[in-house]
Design a protein around this ligand. Sequence first.
Ligand code: HEC
Length: 103
Amino acid sequence: MRIDLPLAVASFVLALSGPVFAGPGEDLAAAQKCSKCHTAKTTKKGPSWASVAEKYAGKADASDKLFVYLKTGGKMSDDDDHKKVEATDADIKALVAVVLASR
Ligand code: HEC
């Protein structure tokens, strides 16, 4: 499913305006159906956001790594490709921030 342009632009502007708005990352997670396989706290098909945040806790390159993973649809441990996120870089960063803040 594609995000319509006004929404993408609006969330881009929100993402630029800083962490006061927690919205764009969460909206994107919903729009991209991440919740089919992930929830904040429980393991579904994929790991919970909390366990991902735990795994990357204290790693300086965590957000860069996850950004690339989601942008390019990185390899999973069973060698399948993870879902690629079709969104602006700023939106993907906002999404990564939501995941990493879920601890
Ligand atoms: C079809 C199921 C599925 C969907 C949809 C999905 N994921 Fe995942 N995701 C997985 C699985 C399975 C893993 C575990 C990968 C592995 O085994 O290495 C994973 C892993 C991850 C990780 C951890 C990567 C790491 O390096 O540990 C993040 C972050 C993540 N997903 C974010 C997302 C986001 C954000 C979305 C929505 C855009 C999403 N996923 C949609 C199944 C899914």
